[in-house]
Design a protein around this ligand. Structure first.
Ligand SMILES: [Zn+2]
Length: 159
């Protein structure tokens, strides 16, 4: 019994740390609270947002979109700008990861967002086509557009 309790505890920790299943409704676009693009990551969501100063901020949220304080994640952005590839390193702030440098000039290029949950896990890569112009439909930058560009019209998502 003495041995069982700690291992049970460890199991519980593992179970609660892991996202339960792949039950996300794919195709449903969640608008980012800051106005950025929501990406599904392991264990929840991340918001990719280009600030007015062209620095990139990445904010983590739980499965339920509740804000999650930055933890042991590592965030990197590779901007495949026409002028050449630029790699942005991030630093942790109170509520987000913010890039130390600004994005290369212009837009219309590919951005690869790399997130590692812990330093020794494999990075998750997300490709974002960075278009800064405002979408006429949702009034958000195109990279964070929430319009349903898919086929078929399914309205009203229940929460
Ligand atoms: Zn739109």
């Amino acid at each position: 019994m003495k041995k069982l309790i700690p291992s049970l505890f460890a199991l519980l920790l593992i179970a609660s740390g892991a996202p339960a299943g792949e039950e996300h409704g794919h195709g449903k676009i969640i608008p980012g609270p800051k106005g950025g693009r929501i990406i599904e990551v392991e264990g929840g969501h991340a918001e990719f947002f280009v600030q007015p100063d062209r620095k990139v901020s990445v904010t983590f949220h739980g499965e339920d979109m509740k804000p999650a304080a930055p933890a042991g994640q590592t965030v990197t952005v590779i901007a495949e700008a026409p002028a050449g590839k630029a790699k942005l390193e991030f630093e942790k702030t109170v509520d987000a990861f913010v890039s130390k440098d600004v994005l290369p000039e212009g837009d219309g290029y590919r951005i690869v967002l790399q997130i590692r949950n812990t330093p020794d896990t494999k990075p998750q890569n997300f490709r974002i086509d960075y278009h800064a112009e405002l979408c006429g439909g949702c009034n958000r930058p195109e990279y964070a557009c929430t319009c349903d560009h898919g086929t078929g019209s399914h309205g009203g998502h229940a929460h």
